[in-house]
Design a protein around this ligand. Sequence first.
Ligand SMILES: Nc1ncnc2c1ncn2[C@@H]1O[C@H](COP(=O)(O)OP(=O)(O)OP(=O)(O)O)[C@@H](O)[C@H]1O
Ligand SMILES: [Mg+2]
Length: 458
Amino acid sequence: MEKLVIIEDNQEIRSQLSWGLAREYEVFVAGERLEALSLIKKHTPQVVTLDLGLPPDETGCEEGFRCLDEILRISPATKVIMITGNDDRENALRAVQNGAYDYYSKPVDLTELKGIIKRAFHLAAIENENSRLQYSINHQGLSPIGIIGTSPRMLEVFSSIRKVASSEVAVLITGESGTGKELVAKAIHVLSPRKSKEFIAINCGAIPENLLESELFGYEKGAYSGAYARVQGKVEYAHRGTLFLDEIGELPLNLQVKLLRFLQEKTIQRIGGREDIVVDARIIAATNRDIVNETETGGFREDLYYRLSVIHIKLPALRDRGEDIMLLANYFLHHYSKELGKKTRRFSADSIKLLSSYEWPGNVRELENKVQRTVIMSDGPTIEPEDLDFSVKTAKKGIHSFTNLTLKDARELVEREMVIAAIENHRNNMAKASESLGISRPTLYDLVKKHGIVKQLE
Ligand SMILES: Nc1ncnc2c1ncn2[C@@H]1O[C@H](COP(=O)(O)OP(=O)(O)OP(=O)(O)O)[C@@H](O)[C@H]1O
Ligand SMILES: [Mg+2]
């Protein structure tokens, strides 16, 4: 049965509530803080109602807030409904900011309060189901590579990963930028029988076209001027392992032909070589381009597309993953707070609204960067919308708040923001980022170090 703890010093209200609720829930009552805490330790209730004015501070609120903090420390998943005096809006809001689920103002109307309690239990049940699913996902092997998600669309993805991992078929992963395509490719490898062999990734979009062929297939000594020794290509390195062809949509047509030949015959020839070299590699490809459409316009070979997409895993955009947004936001918040040695805080209700309704054009990568930056930059007790620094508008607002800074501090702040923005806008390409800032690459690295901008550089 669902457990409810009622914390209320007024004997009359206490019995009124416990009477009114005992039919639906297993009810425990306490009249003061310590008694309440021991009940919570013992029963870990899903929902608690907490009177703000507890003895010895019946007319104030400090004892109530202290109790709220301690409840959440003992049992973070418990939904606490704060019962406040009439017209006590300020404390009500403070309670919610400090992690209360909701508040209710006296005098108590039992029917109304029942409605709030019921919703709280409902939410607790959903969260519990979520963490149960997350637990089962983690324990079926997806956690070592850290793919987070409990939305129906992601559960489908997880089930596809598990199904294809044990087979040898080629997999095509598509999805917008930052949706986790590389993460999924690695997961398939790690869960496959090839896991102890190499996972070789090659980014077809990042290597200049004239170098891509030798990068992929290698060359023999003397194949061209400057080829002083035989060099193996990435394809060969993936022998018995997995070859991940990232941004496959960028592969030039002549190399599409060579790749197709390899997929059909399972052999390659190094540039300038005659020998057929047998390579047994599992192929996973990824793209954020619409290559189905490009097969129609001739930009991508149809026969190659069919070879690569025996199984097609489509990653949903972050905006289509519902509660996964907050699941991921909290995950990154914990992760980066720990990494940076900062106390983990909570997102305020307004921040949660903002994060949940934003479009996320850069998907999980954008969310991760945003949370990381917030952990570095802000220090308040909860994370508020302005800490999340969402738009040009908020950036402009930032300039007004410079009035409290010295010129030196303001310069530092702008410098830091611009470096982060440039690196993000050029997707970690340091050459382009430094160019856009009008500084040299070593200077950019110095600034990155100076401002402690970490991880973006991965
Ligand atoms: N479901 C997830 N759980 C945890 N972290 C994730 C998840 N999805 C993506 N990430 C993180 O987001 C970042 C981007 O992921 P990844 O590089 O796999 O995306 P991508 O689809 O390959 O992006 P691009 O198209 O830009 O290459 C990485 O830091 C990754 O660890
Ligand atoms: Mg990628």
